[in-house]
Design a protein around this ligand. Sequence first.
Ligand code: MG
Length: 454
Amino acid sequence: MKKELVIYLILLVFMLQSCNPTSGDKLPNFVIIFCDDLGYGDIGPFGHPTIKTPNLDRLASEGQRWTSFYVAASVCTPSRAGLMTGRLPIRSGMCDDGRRVLFPNSAGGLQQSEITIARALKQAGYATACIGKWHLGHLPEYLPTNHGFDYYYGIPYSNDMDRVTDGDQTYNNVPLLQNLEIIERPADQSTLTKRYTEESIKFIKENKDRHFFLYLAHTMPHIPLFRSGDFEDVSLRGLFGDVIEEIDWSTGEIIRALKEAGIDKNTLVLFTSDNGPWAIMKLDGGSPGILTGEKGATFEGGMREPTIFWWPGRIPPGTIMDMGTTMDIFPTFCKLAGVEVPGDRIYDGEDISQALFGTGHTGRDVVFYYRGTRIFAVRKGPYKAHLITKSAYGPDDEMEHDPPLLYHLEHDPSELYNIADQHPGAIEDIRAEIEKHRQTLEPVENQLQKMIAE
Ligand code: MG
């Protein structure tokens, strides 16, 4: 009788553990697929008419499409700092009004005092890998393996940097790194998407019996555009379409690897982009779809991203129109991994798991649209006020608006009709949010102005 009771109790404990997705060895895996300069309108689930994305179509139909999901900035470095830390880049010094991103001659980067998602998840025993573009500092102390990642394979900054002219040939002498070592220079960019995919699948297979965090940050479709032989001239959309269709293939391979490893039902996958399309690249740049704006500026197209969350059996399929941001990922993953969010600093992200699991809404009501160190626009509820506007690149046409331009983003997602004179109250509410936010800011060392001595 006593023996039976013990067996019964062991069984009961085991059953309770398997019911709780965040207990013991049942912790979920996390995969972030982060594109570079992919526009809101560049994939099938967000309406592109001639780029074929069957894998993303399936991911979106089995998972959730988020239609109001934002990044922390409209260019690479500050956007990535926001994703990795859960904090606006103004808090980590990872933004600047002149040098808007890090360059090969930059001496700055993400400081050791910052805590990345990878470092936070390490506390719960996660295996972690960063595969792809980093762009949070290329000096050793800033690289992924010194920021909580067990493994790194990728390029340290943008693929259009390190421009070299040799005779009549011009190319980008961008290095490919494995952990802290340069293993290829210049990186053969035509096979990067393919090799990132292979590295990701290898990491998934090697870690299928434990819990892991895979951050796959594609180099594409940032220009110069490259794709492997299998994707040459396959897309109706031309070269840019070929590149996206290879990313779609890659996503399908990642999902297939999760299924083959039998861990798809215990893995949350997020697909999104670091900023909007690079419009000045014309045919080589993407599309913001219904939105106005582009990479580098603070209209919606620069900072609202085509976003899909997928976790079969846990995330109910559908379309979520709540506001979310990449900064919400840090606290959300911490929550799901049973890791405490550090209490010694301010976070701009919020746990959005209730919206993901269909049990509630995100608590988010406000989004700040920073350009460098300054707030250009703010969204509160459906209203967005532009205090300052400026072209993404090119002429200095900066304009301050008083009253601000005001758009109702639910009625007018394309920001076409200024309704400032009809809604002074909405503008007052937004000004109050800015005041409240400014109280939380503290001076911090600027990382983007630091240069390596010549
Ligand atoms: Mg980018």
